[in-house]
Ligand binder design. Sequence first.
Ligand SMILES: NC(=O)c1ccc[n+]([C@@H]2O[C@H](COP(=O)([O-])OP(=O)(O)OC[C@H]3O[C@@H](n4cnc5c(N)ncnc54)[C@H](OP(=O)(O)O)[C@@H]3O)[C@@H](O)[C@H]2O)c1
Length: 288
Amino acid sequence: MKKNVLITGTSSGVGYESALLFAKNGFKVYASMRNLAKGEALKEQAAADGLDISLIRLDVTELDSIQAAVESIVAADGRIDMLINNAGAGFGKTTEQATIEEVKWVTDVNYLGVVYCCRAVIPFMRKQRAGHIINITSVGGLVGQPFNELYCGAKFAVEGYTESLASYISDPFNIKLSIVEPGGISTEFMKSAIASTASAEGQLASGEYLSIFEKYMSGTQARADKETVQIYQTGAEVAQVILEVAQQEEPPLRVRTSAWAEALCHLKTAADPDGTKLVNQVKSSFLS
Ligand SMILES: NC(=O)c1ccc[n+]([C@@H]2O[C@H](COP(=O)([O-])OP(=O)(O)OC[C@H]3O[C@@H](n4cnc5c(N)ncnc54)[C@H](OP(=O)(O)O)[C@@H]3O)[C@@H](O)[C@H]2O)c1
């Protein structure tokens, strides 16, 4: 029997590429998006390639839409094998500049949406005694970066959340947890990050952060020029890494998706690159 997978945020980028790649590799794919009107390209590609992809509405900030999507999958297939929490949005404003609504939004989309989706699938996976949840974070989930604290904070939260879940639901219930940590990806994501950064720049013009911000912006290109490894990946390249994680019997807790991402996180990850030692240590400290 084909494994099924629910993927969030498949209207573009990594989610779109993952939907196609997983279907090509034998998964029954439930490609979710908040606005189904954005699903035409995926629908056409799936039809052209003869792929088993069903589009489904799911907004990660709307509990009802999450519950309805998960229940419809379980009603159709009797189970849910895999969840890929991919939906996310870039954000670049300082803590002082962002409105409270923006702070809540960036946290909702990048962190709470992951919690809500996990909360919806875990009861089914626990009953099945099988399942795999893959959360897409970022190098920003391991390394805090300038003018990016609200996004990085939300991604750090997903890292801690996933690590905690892995410590006690993997062994007894056979629910695997993995975190995929990309560096830069050339996708729509950049547009939302750039839009918020650009509006931040306007507001910074008279403020005390301006000279630091200018250094950051001019340094970004200089740093990119100096790199010996490629910073940006395509959505398809990142999807390939997610597929490799999904296909493993014993998947890693953590994986970076490129040499550049690995190098940036090295000080944090060198002692335990895939997170296995840490999970084992937590289990023996708290649960033995
Ligand atoms: N691009 C990068 O440089 C980069 C780097 C590291 C990690 N990441 C992570 O990689 C993941 C995929 O991003 P991407 O680069 O593929 O960006 P993307 O092309 O912008 O895709 C993001 C997806 O999330 C969806 N989304 C946003 N808000 C949503 C909501 N409330 N409910 C459901 N879906 C929602 C978007 O849908 P709409 O079309 O409706 O907005 C879109 O389908 C994200 O978790 C991101 O944080 C990206």
